[in-house]
Design a protein around this ligand. Structure first.
Ligand code: SAM
Length: 252
């Protein structure tokens, strides 16, 4: 749940920071590479979209650490190599990174300096603090939106559950099972509301024929076993990393 005031991933570069604990999310970003590259080629091949020779790329829910600049770096490199192949000068590129205000933007700004050093064609970089459930950019100004592992954060807890004081996860297993349809239904409705709003806002901010590549975790079925296996998969990864640190081998 994303409360605009306080919520953020662990800041800095320490052992428990998001920067050092986001390899699972980074794997998801790598799966988006081909989609982002295809979107860039489509954008760059469209003379109407690039009529002014400028491209604005934004990542929504960037967090901090290496993942914060991973998607925009893929887009930049794809832009660069597209124009290199055509032997044409690249467009000017503006890279903008968004997250909630309490995100570690100090770290993000340092990463952005490194992005500029990738070289041509980046000319402007910046951060845009705020919620992606609100307007963030001027109308018709962004060519490519990217977002990974962020859109499952809702704008708020479902109102009906809050009013009935029903928690998302009741410690009592029987109560939890009994309420599962009510809780899952309320969260699904909230997600639908939030995601629809997100799409409406971005539709205003995109240039005509702009592109958006987003990825978020989800489940294909209501079957709780799917959820359980995902949790065990993550737990197995964490335990595996801990085991490798103490040089012990485990079998999961
Ligand atoms: C799990 S991190 C993902 C970070 C990065 N994109 C990645 O793939 O590793 C989710 C990020 O989304 C941000 N976030 C959540 N709700 C948001 C909102 N409404 N507006 C902007 N950012 C949001 C959080 O602050 C957090 O940094």
């Amino acid at each position: 749940m994303a409360s605009k005031q306080m919520v953020h991933m662990n800041q800095g570069q320490g052992e428990t920071s998001y920067a050092h604990n986001s390899s699972f999310q980074s794997a998801e970003q790598n799966r988006m590479k081909a989609l982002i590259e295809a979107a860039v080629v489509e954008l760059c091949s469209n003379t109407t979209t690039l009529s002014h020779g400028k491209v604005v790329i934004a990542d929504l829910g960037c967090s901090s650490g290496p993942n914060a600049v991973a998607l925009v770096s893929i887009a930049l490199e794809a832009t660069h190599s597209h124009f290199l192949q055509l032997r044409q000068p690249p467009p000017e590129v503006c890279v903008l990174l968004n997250d909630l205000p309490y995100n570690d933007f100090n770290a993000v700004v340092k990463s952005l300096v490194a992005v500029r050093q990738i070289g041509e064609p980046v000319v402007v970089t910046g951060v845009v603090p705020g919620s992606f459930y609100e307007r963030l950019f001027p109308s018709g100004s962004v060519h490519l939106f990217c977002s990974s592992n962020s859109l499952h954060w809702l704008s708020k807890a479902p109102e009906d559950l809050r009013m009935k004081q029903i928690p998302a996860y009741d410690m009592d297993e029987n109560v939890r099972r009994e309420r599962l349809p009510v809780v899952a239904g309320a969260y699904a409705r909230q997600f639908k509301k939030d995601f629809t709003l997100f799409l409406q806002l971005r539709a205003k901010e995109l240039v005509p024929e702009g592109r958006m590549v987003v990825s978020l975790p989800g489940r294909r079925s209501d079957e709780p076993v799917t959820e359980t296996s995902l949790i065990w998969g993550t737990a197995a990864q964490i335990l595996g990393a801990m085991a490798s640190e103490v040089n012990t081998s485990f079998t999961f």
